[in-house]
Design a protein. Structure first.
Length: 175
């Protein structure tokens, strides 16, 4: 089943969800740079891929947004007293997934660092700071902390549905 239904998410939705979840978890390891100035295996092994993975996530979130828009009529819809909260939470997650790479790119370009993704120089290093880009890009770190909180809340809600309410919410995305 490729397409979403009213009772279950389809294969493409699930693939995008879990692939992005894995990549986002890798991105969160960047927070390990706060420990000992990144002088440890996380900082030396995974963090150098942070910008490239962020670029890949930007492509995936755009694809996911287009896919979700096309599937919105048949996909599972939240019901009950928490429906508005569920929609708001998912809206904030999608906003963060889009704003994180965009703010990261603005930070890199605004500081004049250029942009290199998976070894391909997309924008040359200029060394010239562009104030408005750097200023908007400075939202990257606060957005990351908000995103961590939203993801943890999302996971907690899924586990609550599965273990406390014993409904099929988690199974819809589980496969």
């Amino acid at each position: 089943m490729v397409n979403d239904t009213a009772h279950r998410y389809g294969g493409i939705t699930r693939l995008l969800h879990w692939a992005m979840a894995l990549l986002i978890a890798l991105q969160f390891l960047k927070l390990g740079d706060r420990i000992n100035d990144g002088e440890h295996w996380i900082g030396q092994t995974l963090v150098p891929w942070h910008i490239s993975v962020g670029g890949l996530l930007l492509v995936l979130i755009v694809l996911r947004l287009f896919w979700a828009r096309g599937q919105r009529q048949q996909r599972p819809q939240p019901v009950g007293p928490t429906a508005l909260l569920v929609k708001a939470g998912h809206g904030l997650l999608y906003a963060c997934m889009l704003l994180m790479p965009v703010s990261g790119i603005l930070l890199m370009l605004g500081k004049g660092y250029g942009l290199k993704v998976f070894g391909v120089q997309l924008v040359a290093k200029t060394g010239v700071e562009t104030g408005w880009m750097a200023s908007l890009g400075s939202l990257h770190s606060p957005l990351a902390w908000l995103f961590v909180a939203l993801v943890l809340g999302h996971i907690a809600a899924a586990l609550f549905h599965h273990f406390v309410q014993k409904d099929d919410t988690l199974k819809r995305m589980g496969g």
